[in-house]
Structures are given as C-alpha cells and as structure tokens.
Design a protein around this ligand. Structure first.
Ligand SMILES: [Zn+2]
Length: 322
C-alpha cells in the first residue's frame, strides 16, 4: 500500500509565503482526489487494520490518504474528499485543537510572514524581502529549535526571533480546527489520529516527555472526541527505537514519512508527502519514488561536500590579508 499525506489545502497558494510550500491549491487537490477515486482503492486505516488482522493482502492499488497537524483549512479538503467519497485520516495536534496552542513552527511561520527587513552580519546576511533568504533563515532557525532539548524548544525559538529582529504577530495566519469541527469531521467518517501535544522533536524528549507527548496527548484527544484514537503520525517523521516502542504501547499503527529508519514496521509505516505540482501525486505513488528521493538526497549531500571542500581549498590558496 502506498500512503500519501498533506498538510493544507488553500484556495490559492502564495508562493512568496515560505510556509505555503506545505499547502496544495484547492483546484489541484480536487484533481488529485478525483484521479485517486477513479484509479486507486483508497482505504481507511480501520480497513487496513481489518485486512491485516484477517491475514489478507492489501489490494495492489491500495492507497491511504492522511492530513497532518489539523489546520482549519482542512475543512476545504474534507468537502472535496467527501464529494469523491474518499476516506482519510486526520492526525491532529492535541494542544492546538483542544487549547488553541500555537506550536513553535507556526510561531516561526507567523513571525517570518510579514518580515521584509535585511538582517545579519556580513557573512550570514538575510534579505527577508527575498523568498530564498526567508527560506534559508527558516531552515537555520528550525534546525536550532530541533537540536535543542524539548524543554527549550520555545525559549530557543524566542531567542532566535529576537536575534533576527522578528516579531511574533498576535494573530496567527495558520488557524487550527477546534474540537467541535473535529467532532463533526469524525462523525462524518473521518478517522482522527494522534500527532503529539505540541509537535516537538521526539528524538530530543526525555522518557516522561515522550509519554506525555505521545500517550497523554492521545488519551486527551480520545476523551474529547469520545472515541478511541488508534493511530499516530510522528511529527516530521522523526523516530528512533525508543520513540517507536512507546508509540507501539499505545497505538495500533503509526505512520512516518518516506524515510523511517525501521523497515516494514506497522509502527513506522512510510508516507509520501504530496505537493501542488501536477506531477507530485504520480511521483508520490511511483513505486520507485523512495529510491529516487534517496538518490536526490544523496546528490545534495555530495554537492554540499564538494562545495565545502572547494571552499576550504580556496581559503588556503587565498589567505585573508593580515
Ligand atoms: Zn506535523
């Protein structure tokens, strides 16, 4: 079975907005869903579990479709999916849908969106009126947050926002669904899964923090829905054996991204992200796409290595004036 996932469906993607790279245009999404309904067998997770428990093979053309995080714009996606009777799973961020909590990556997106200033030193300068620079700074900040222990995710983000003169707007541009909307979707047949409480880097959590983020958040979500929550998706697909084992204690299955370290594991099922380009869906469904993506990642690593070697060599042949 091929699993695909999305984050957001918006009327029209703003290519100048760094976070919109995680969105798909509604028109494009409609085309993708129509194609899936015609040419693939889209299964719910309940059907996947049932077939597996019965020891039966999944249909060759089986696909599973999910959304991560639980953004408010998923109501648009829900309508389109309902029109074509395509089942889907929504992996919701518990504290955002229950408490209106703004997770760190949305704070970053909100703070970067209106920024147009130039900032930094001569060596690391970012002109935030340029999309590429915004993207580059976003990656740098994201890496610093994710490298920090879970308990410091937010304070590291605050420090970074201060360092780069970014202000956090009071209003978010990326609203989440609330519990009423989630219940409505659930009542209409959408499966709701867990996606942690606050979207941390699970690899930087202590055991207690993992239990709270993975188990505690799912229990809260289940209580609020009045339904069992049996599936989980790892934020950014980050997992290791320690994280996976806690997930396996609580859930029936779990989904990662296309690069989980564990293979053929029902607690680390692979999923491919689909974007807004016409070629994105066929690419995500292509049986070779895992290999192609790995090859592309390898090429990027090699390119960076070569660049840094060349840079080091240039540094030696052109020493700075003393
Ligand atoms: Zn997520």
């Amino acid at each position: 079975m091929r699993s695909i996932f999305y984050h957001s469906v918006v009327p029209r993607r703003d290519p100048a907005d760094y976070y919109s790279m995680r969105s798909v245009d509604a028109a494009q999404f409609t085309q993708q869903v129509r194609w899936l309904a015609r040419h693939r067998i889209v299964l719910s997770l309940a059907e996947v579990v049932e077939l597996r428990q019965a020891g039966r093979a999944l249909p060759r053309r089986a696909v599973h479709l999910s959304f991560d995080d639980g953004f408010h714009n998923n109501v648009v996606a829900a309508e389109i999916l309902a029109t074509y009777r395509v089942p889907w799973t929504l992996f919701a961020l518990t504290n955002s849908v229950l408490d209106g909590y703004r997770p760190w990556y949305i704070r970053l997106a909100d703070a970067l969106a209106p920024a147009r200033h130039a900032v930094g030193s001569a060596t690391t300068r970012f002109d935030l009126s340029r999309y590429e620079d915004k993207n580059r700074l976003a990656s740098l900040i994201k890496q610093r947050v994710l490298d920090a222990p879970f308990s410091s995710h937010l304070s590291v983000l605050d420090d970074e926002l201060g360092r780069w003169k970014l202000e956090l707007p009071a209003e978010t541009r990326w609203k989440f669904l609330d519990i009423h909307q989630l219940r409505q979707l659930n009542a209409a047949g959408v499966e709701i899964g867990g996606h942690t409480a606050t979207h941390p880097n699970l690899l930087r959590c202590t055991e207690d923090e993992l239990r709270n983020e993975i188990v505690g958040s799912a229990d809260r979500l289940a209580a609020a829905l009045g339904r069992a929550v049996i599936a989980f998706s790892y934020p950014d697909g980050r997992l290791d054996a320690r994280v996976r084992d806690i997930v396996a204690e609580r859930f029936t299955l779990a989904m990662a991204t296309h690069r989980p370290p564990l293979c053929d594991d029902i607690f680390a099922m692979r999923r491919w992200s689909v974007g807004s380009l016409a070629a994105d869906l066929p690419r995500a469904l292509h049986p070779m796409s895992g290999i192609l993506l790995r090859a592309r990642a390898m090429r990027t690593v090699i390119k960076h290595r070569v660049k840094s070697i060349l840079r080091a060599r240039n540094g030696i042949s052109h020493p700075h004036a003393r």
